[in-house]
Design a protein around this ligand. Structure first.
Ligand code: 5GP
Length: 125
């Protein structure tokens, strides 16, 4: 099955400049901005500019340039937010996918969350 991308999703609209965002950093292939409803003092969304629905779509089909740019930008976000463990107190990088992953916005994004202790990642089902 191939992914179908909805060009009206909220991040597509942010990327087109139709909705404002609080940008942390922007590159040729990637935009990182503050989450509108932060779950911790630091909550930044790292978003590729290409039309990818979720992690496996991006990892499987994006170009090497896009993939490298995305991850280098995510690393810069960690440094800029002072959460990288070499200088700060650490963070969690999370991506949700599909129904079981409880993905709200169907455009791939990585959450960089930190600024407080986050507890264990998952409770037991
Ligand atoms: P997901 O559940 O898809 O992994 O995460 C979507 C995230 O996008 C949520 O944390 C939500 O708060 C954030 N979000 C939804 N709409 C907007 C928006 O219009 N602007 C920003 N900056 N974040 C948004």
């Amino acid at each position: 099955m191939a992914y179908t991308y909805d060009p009206q999703n909220i991040f597509a609209r942010i990327l087109r400049g139709e909705i404002p965002n609080k940008t942390v950093i922007e590159t040729e292939h990637t935009l990182a901005f503050h989450d509108i409803n932060p779950g911790a003092p630091v909550h930044v969304l790292v978003v590729p500019k290409g039309a990818y629905v979720c992690f496996d779509h991006f990892a499987g089909q994006a170009s090497e340039l896009e993939i490298v740019d995305f991850h280098r930008t995510a690393a810069k976000v960690c440094a800029m937010m002072d959460v990288a463990p070499d200088a700060g107190d650490g963070y969690r990088a999370i991506t949700n996918a599909g129904e079981n992953g409880v993905q709200e916005v169907p455009h791939y994004h990585l959450h960089i969350i930190g600024g407080r202790h986050l507890g264990r990642m998952l409770g037991k089902a």
